[in-house]
Design a protein. Structure first.
Length: 767
């Protein structure tokens, strides 16, 4: 006990010094009171209160429910006129404890009605620079004549009353739909399909003038049920274009009629392959099912080129079934080449599939299906085993868009077939990203309309892991001895955004419609935050377990941000409220620096400051066996102290050690000669662990990490004492650039000027 007290007093000197300055200031001015703004306070005010539906642990609660929507559809594509005509029977299952007086159905195509308010939503006028596409959309053409033409809404042949408001349709049922019951009704519609290249959209066709053909990537093509749940009631926030989709799970049976010479891929299991494939295609398909090492071309480029001339007037109907999907999409053209490969995903056979026109070759035939296969393996490892039977990558110009089992991806070689690394890695990255969306939000079914980061940010984070793992699995894809050139995920890549103009930055916890830079807000920053959480804050083991727990808990369910935040804490025992609040609820950034470094010695000679402090505590040097801390500038310092050891400088300490430690214990005592007090300052608003690299005069160095809690009592300045028997020559904060520190000019002692080269930053076309 005695020993402990004495040792403490050495360190208390440093602490007292800090307190006394503060006390003096307090005496001088009467201060305002304040509420608790401590960055480590718990997030009781920000987070929804846990309940029977969603527990405080972040798991679905005992009363958790979700409604379901099953669809039977007949769809006809008129290739010549680019129209889609459809009929659907929806069976809606009300699993909620409430009775529902009406149903809300989403009519996303209505965003392309000529008079859609979404076309007039921006008020930013004529900027100094614009893209040709944006300019053409705004000024050069009449608005496209799109939107659903709803022909009938009925139940058993009797018309139902409905009201359309922009992209939402309310259906009034004769009686409320009781809790636990289902309601079946029919909708008939048609719409004009847009050119997705000139009319930037997630769905549409590309026209190929050389051969007169179109390639279709079709989605949001049918009236879809909105989500009803314990969080939003009906999620009927309008579709304005940026916020994506909120959709319930259901089972689908879909018949799609297209020209007989088309080749199609879609969500779901093809039911009548023999009717729609040629004999050759069937034979190659059977081979592909057994080919685990390379893709098998099921429809060749020669066959596709031959078909381009056909313009068949006959039709074929492709029939698909899909269970537990939250959406349905398809892609069709006579131009398509098709290849497939079997993938062993943790013991389960899945087909990796690619569909592309000849314009995608040779790049697509070389890489697309291999990338799909690698993505399924990586994502399954970090989350759960991929539950569907296939994943399809479709090549569509400028597209990056995801649906269950199928996605659209850019990456087109030049006309002569050459392609740059930029095109190649752009294509690989978008495939990894969009195939990855099968996990988030197609299976872990978050509300994209409200929280873009829950699918885009989490997905971009796993994309980063999958890209690095792809390069390990396919070293020939990257330059020798180099990593995959990931565009997002590395902490340094988010720095230009984080240090940018605050007028154009929003917290991650913002609706996608209301943010200025959606790519950084919903993709880049959350992906980087999660990467930092994994590498620097939690460590891989605890992070990976918690992340996998979240994925499993919410697989085939609808999580909210709270469910994610809570699970990550609950499964790891790491309090992360400070992290969520700082990174997700504010636009603060990381900037931690070294304010000053002082070297101290310890002596028995009382210093003025020491005497002053003892006086304040009602004692004197004579009464106290105190040690005094001096710098080389102090009056009590003399040059001879430099050449003496700690014990030689302080007989008091020497006597103390002799009295209190056995000979055996004394052998193990450390004998630091210097005490370096490092004062850290934090101009940035975010708190982060303090990662410090200390380099000694003998050339060795040592990394020390102080926990983030070091900032819990002082958010601006903290000090640490580094005892050392060697001279320290330099100290660097965050030496490996793992915290996204926005200003590294203050990261070193002695100061050195760091020149930053900012990565060129561009917003993405990925959704
Ligand atoms: Zn995305």
């Amino acid at each position: 006990m005695k020993r402990l007290n004495m040792l403490c007093s050495v360190f208390l000197m440093f602490v007292f010094a800090g307190v006394s300055a503060q006390e003096t200031e307090q005496k001088e001015a009467r201060q305002e009171g304040h509420t608790n703004q401590n960055k480590f306070r718990q997030m009781y005010q920000e987070l929804a209160t846990p309940n029977q539906y969603r527990t405080a642990s972040g798991a679905p609660g005992p009363a958790y429910y979700q409604n379901e929507a099953d669809y039977k559809m007949d769809i006809v594509l008129d290739d010549k006129n680019s129209t889609i005509t459809g009929e659907e029977t929806i069976t809606y299952h009300n699993n909620s404890p409430e009775n529902l007086e009406y149903l809300w159905v989403q009519l996303d195509q209505n965003i392309r009605k000529k008079d859609a308010p979404a076309l007039q939503k921006d008020g930013d006028g004529m900027g100094p620079v614009t893209t040709p596409a944006r300019f053409a959309d705004s000024y050069l053409q009449e608005p496209f004549d799109g939107g659903f033409n709803i022909k009938e809404v009925s139940q058993n042949g009797t018309d139902l009353k409905y009201t359309i408001h922009q992209t939402m349709m309310r259906i009034d049922m004769p009686q409320p739909l009781k809790s636990g019951e289902s309601y079946t009704f029919d909708i008939k519609w048609s719409y004009n399909v847009n050119n997705h290249v000139t009319n930037r959209a997630r769905s549409g066709y590309e026209f190929f003038p050389e051969d007169g053909n179109k390639a279709y990537v079709i989605a949001q093509f049918f009236p879809r049920m909105a989500v009803y749940n314990d969080v939003e009631g009906w999620q009927n926030y309008q579709f304005w274009g940026n916020g994506e989709f909120a959709l319930p799970f259901g089972d689908y049976e879909v018949n799609i009629t297209v020209p007989a010479d088309h080749v199609m891929e879609a969500t779901g299991e093809l039911q009548n392959r023999k009717d729609v494939y040629t004999k050759d295609m069937m034979k190659r398909y059977e081979q592909a099912k057994k080919s685990f090492d390379k893709p098998v071309i099921v429809r060749t480029q020669e066959e596709a080129v031959e078909a381009e001339k056909g313009f068949s007037t006959k039709t074929k109907t492709w029939t698909y079934k899909a269970d537990m999907v939250r959406d349905f999409a398809f892609s069709t053209s006579r131009k398509f080449i098709l290849d497939m490969m079997a993938v062993d995903v943790m013991g389960k056979d899945v087909m990796a599939v690619s569909l592309y026109p000849k314009e995608g070759n040779p790049l697509w035939e070389e890489w697309s299906t291999e990338v799909v296969a690698s993505t399924l393996k990586s994502y399954s490892k970090h989350t759960f085993q991929y539950p569907y039977h296939k994943a399809v990558s479709v090549h569509a110009k400028n597209q990056g868009m995801e649906y269950p089992m199928i996605c659209w991806n850019y990456g087109r070689p030049d006309e002569d077939g050459n392609y740059s690394d930029r095109t190649k890695f752009g294509m690989m990255s978008v495939i990894i990203h969009e195939v990855g969306h099968n996990f988030f939000p197609m299976i872990v079914n978050s509300d994209e309309r409200q929280w873009g980061w829950m699918d885009e940010g989490i997905n971009t984070f796993v994309q980063y892991l999958a890209e690095q793992e792809f390069a390990e699995a396919y070293p020939e894809a990257v330059a020798p001895n180099s990593k995959y050139p990931s565009r997002r995920g590395e902490p340094s890549k988010i720095v230009p955004y984080m240090k940018g103009n605050q007028d154009f930055i929003s917290p991650i916890m913002s609706n996608p419609e209301q943010v200025h830079q959606l790519g950084n807000n919903a993709y880049g920053k959350p992906a980087t935050a999660l990467n930092i959480l994994r590498e620097t804050v939690m460590g891989r083991e605890l992070f990976d377990y918690a992340f996998s727990t979240y994925s499993h808990r919410w697989m085939f369910k609808h999580p909210t941000p709270e469910d994610f935040f809570r699970t990550m804490e609950d499964a790891s025992s790491i309090d992360l409220d400070w992290f969520w609040r700082g990174w997700f609820y504010t636009t603060d950034n990381v900037d931690i620096g070294i304010k000053e470094v002082n070297k101290y010695y310890v002596t028995d000679t009382p210093t003025e400051a020491g005497k002053e402090m003892l006086k304040r505590y009602g004692t004197t040097p004579e009464e106290t066996k105190a040690l005094y801390v001096v710098t080389e500038d102090d009056a009590a310092f003399d040059e001879s102290m430099k050449n003496k050891s700690l014990m030689e400088n302080s007989e008091t300490l020497q006597a103390y050690v002799m009295d209190n430690f056995s000979e055996e214990e004394r052998k193990n005592l450390q004998t630091p000669k210097y005490f370096y007090q490092v004062v850290f300052e934090k101009p940035g608003g975010l708190v982060m662990p303090l990662i410090v690299e200390v380099t000694y005069a003998d050339g060795t160095s040592e990394k020390k990490t102080y926990p983030v809690q070091i900032w819990r009592k002082n958010d601006k300045v903290v000090s640490k004492v580094i005892p050392s028997n060697k001279e320290i020559t330099s100290i660097t904060i965050d030496p490996n650039l793992e915290t996204a520190d926005v200003d590294v000019n203050n990261n070193s002692w002695p100061k050195k000027e760091n020149k930053n080269e900012f990565d060129e930053f561009k917003d993405s076309a990925q959704d």
